[in-house]
Design a binder for this molecule. Structure first.
Ligand SMILES: N[C@@H](CC(=O)c1ccccc1NC=O)C(=O)O
Length: 249
């Protein structure tokens, strides 16, 4: 099924039958991706008195309870409410779901004991492209990322001025295959989060950050349409499913 999208007076064709899902699912158990020192998510039959929510155990239906944390256990999208005193819900911040996007690949650079993504790397990868969203794939990019145990591993992160560059370029939606755009243990400095949302200036209420994506190596860098959908939780962050559509020639 083809769709023709008119964007800034230019027509683009995408094939809705060929979605490129870049989300990591929440599957429950030890093979699930985990970060922020939490145990794995649980997906298990609800039990109440005699009732067991599992058909193979005599229940009429499969009826699971799910325990998870959106920031820790899979692809999630967050809004500025992640770091503000006042409550802000990503389900309200994100009100459009299709964006012209650039997929870029970067190799984080060693800086002391850390690996970081610098402003220079993003400048090089993005040039003067004008995009609503950027998808950052970091290398190495093994499918093991979908089940990685990130806690206490000091994953790579974005330098504050790199996040500022994305803000200054008008990028509204930042997607990355790491648990955070900031250093795991930074005493709450959160330089990249703060710069991207401009919390010390004019707060970007509608800007979002999506973390823990996985961009398969079969997806080349370049321009795509992104469909970004959330599970509709009223919370600072929610599990999400970003899907790319290749632009046809
Ligand atoms: N780096 C922060 C913690 C942090 O960034 C964080 C903690 C829990 C859940 C998510 C976090 N950041 C996500 O982007 C700190 O050291 O205080």
């Amino acid at each position: 099924m083809k769709a023709v999208i008119k964007h800034n007076k230019i027509k683009y064709t995408i094939d809705l039958a060929n979605p490129l899902d870049i989300s990591i699912p929440v599957i429950g158990g030890d093979n699930n991706v985990t970060s922020w020192y939490l145990p794995p998510p649980k997906i298990e039959p609800h039990k109440e008195g005699e009732f067991v929510g599992k058909v193979t155990e005599g229940g009429s239906t499969n009826f699971n309870d799910i325990y998870f944390n959106p920031h820790s256990h899979g692809t999630h999208t967050e809004c500025v409410g992640h770091i503000t005193e006042e409550f802000r819900s990503v389900n309200k911040c994100l009100s459009k779901y299709f964006f012209m996007t650039e997929v870029i690949t970067v190799a984080p650079e060693k800086m002391g004991d850390d690996f970081v993504i610098s402003k220079k790397q993003l400048q090089y990868a993005l040039g003067n492209k004008n995009r609503e969203a950027v998808v950052i794939r970091t290398i190495p990019n093994l499918s093991e990322k979908k089940s990685r145990q990130y806690s206490h591993t000091n994953p790579p992160y974005l330098m504050g001025d790199a996040a500022e560059l994305l803000r200054d370029k008008g990028i509204e939606h930042l997607l990355i295959d790491l648990p955070s755009v900031d250093k795991e243990k930074d005493d709450g400095n959160l330089l990249a989060h703060k710069a991207f949302w401009d919390v010390e200036g004019k707060i970007r209420q509608n800007a979002t950050i999506t973390e823990l994506i996985f961009v398969a190596n079969t997806i080349p860098d370049g321009k795509y349409f992104l469909n970004l959908q959330l599970a509709p939780f009223e919370n600072d962050a929610s599990p999400s499913r970003p899907v790319l559509y290749k632009i046809e020639d």
